[in-house]
Design a protein around this ligand. Structure first.
Ligand SMILES: Nc1ncnc2c1ncn2[C@@H]1O[C@H](COP(=O)(O)OP(=O)(O)OP(=O)(O)O)[C@@H](O)[C@H]1O
Ligand SMILES: O=C(O)[C@@H](O)C(=O)CO
Length: 424
């Protein structure tokens, strides 16, 4: 294994696994759910460890990330990537800074890139500020996120709230000059003692230049875009052979579970509801004991073949009302537990195509399924690949809240069945 990724949530892990496997210079890539107990297969060139460490206590996030680092180094990785969200999901007391600094300390490096830019999803970083399309992050809907409301788009300032050392910045004109200039700027930051450096990137070309500058960097941090050039670096040096896994589809019954409250997921749910059976989970029914996994399983089973969807996705004012009444953690824990138990029972009962919306929700679901290592199939839409669990004979799509087009859920089910391009 040459590249090791530590991802702070499960959809983010499949997002960067997609970049590494399905990019222009695809590597043989496996996604692991948590830190594996056994060694990786000799064929794996890039290994992505999915953690659920975005919204847990800082000390736990640091400990699990260091455990992941330890395993990846033991597999021979020469480069580590810490993957977080392209919308920089974190609180002022959040985990990105402490985890990145702990990894940098463990690897003995400073001047480490921090770049969540993902132009394919219209997340760009300019003058140290993160944009979604033509809006600042703080006007993109992310200010209402149920767990990590983003209320400052200046990532230098936001990250600094989370770090011990000063945060550096490499501005867009330097990035535009190319790999050499970027490398020199990062070294200057390191000499000033800045452990983490926000690096502007507006286009994929910027990300490729950053990747080139960091060809020998032991550590990079960012969104999936930061991995764009990493496979090519290795293939160009003859260190990796690259290649893709053949995928022909998984037949069988299906389920869609949505726990994301993002604007994009809510409109996908609305679009799906016009043509397919859907069941809404009301938080108060769950918390007051009127809804249980039995109800969700019964609904899905009664609608096999019709692309049934169960969702808790709700508008910001309803999320806030539920959190005020029951507490933020209690609501999330109960909803995630509900989806996890439902998915476990569905897969045990033979469901073989599963689509999940939301990173935390996907983490809860996948952790409950004992899936083993996941092979990366074709891309369904930017940032979302088909994932295959050989161990369970299940194909999955784990969709980040804000990813995918209006008809994502049906497209994903088709892709899991192998409709569309066969991936070789
Ligand atoms: N109706 C609701 N009220 C309050 N909280 C909810 C509701 N529905 C879901 N949640 C919780 O909100 C959180 C949504 O986070 P999740 O990571 O699943 O989605 P997301 O943040 O949109 O996705 P991503 O992290 O991939 O961008 C989960 O913890 C979920 O349980
Ligand atoms: O980077 C992104 O936007 C996603 O991969 C993600 O992490 C959302 O949870």
């Amino acid at each position: 294994m040459l590249i090791g990724v530590i991802a702070d949530d499960f959809t983010g892990a499949s997002d960067i696994a997609n970049t590494l496997a399905n990019g222009q210079d695809g590597l043989v890539t496996t996604q692991y759910l948590g830190v594996p107990e056994d060694a990786a297969g000799a064929e794996v060139e890039a290994g992505v460890i999915s953690l659920k460490s975005r919204s847990i206590p800082v000390a736990d996030a640091v400990a699990s990330s260091l455990a992941a680092l330890h395993w990846l180094k033991a597999q021979g990785c020469r480069q580590i990537v810490f993957k977080y969200c392209s919308t920089f999901d974190s609180t002022p007391a959040g985990n990105i800074g402490p985890v990145a600094e702990a990894l940098a300390d463990a690897l003995g490096v400073k001047g480490v890139v921090a770049c969540p830019s993902f132009p394919a999803m219209r997340r760009t970083l300019y003058q140290g500020h993160l944009f979604v399309g033509d809006r600042l992050l703080t006007e993109s809907g992310m200010q209402h996120h149920p767990l990590t409301p983003m209320t400052d788009a200046d990532l230098r300032r936001w990250l600094r709230l989370q770090t011990d050392s000063e945060v550096g910045h490499v501005p867009a004109p330097v990035v535009g000059e190319g790999a050499e200039a970027i490398g020199a700027a990062l070294r200057a930051c390191a000499e000033r003692g800045e452990t983490l450096v926000i690096v502007d990137a507006v286009t994929d070309e910027d990300l490729l230049r950053i990747g080139q500058a960091c060809a020998d960097a032991p550590l990079l941090t960012g969104g999936s875009g930061i991995a764009l050039g990493l496979g090519g670096n290795l293939i160009a040096r003859g260190l990796a052979g690259g290649g893709r896994t053949r995928f022909e589809g998984v037949a069988g019954t299906e389920a869609i579970l949505a726990g994301s409250c993002s604007g994009r997921t809510r409109s996908q749910v609305d679009a799906h509801a016009r043509k397919h059976p859907t069941m809404a989970v009301a938080v108060e029914d769950l918390l007051d004991g009127r809804t249980s996994p039995d109800d969700l399983v019964a609904f899905i089973e009664a609608n096999h073949g019709e692309a049934p969807l169960v969702y808790s996705s709700a508008a910001p004012e309803d999320v806030l009302a539920a959190q005020t009444r029951y507490g933020r953690e209690a609501v999330s824990d109960r909803l995630e537990g509900l989806f996890a138990e439902t998915a476990g029972r569905l897969v045990d009962g033979g469901v073989s195509r599963v689509v999940v919306a939301g990173g935390e929700t996907s983490g809860a679901v996948a952790q409950g399924l004992d899936l083993g290592g996941l092979t990366i199939g074709p891309e369904i839409s930017p940032g979302v690949p088909v994932l295959v669990s050989e161990k369970r004979g299940v194909a999955l799509a784990l969709k980040s809240g804000n990813f995918g087009g209006a008809d994502f859920f049906t497209r994903a089910l088709e892709a899991l069945a192998g409709e569309g391009a066969v991936h070789e």
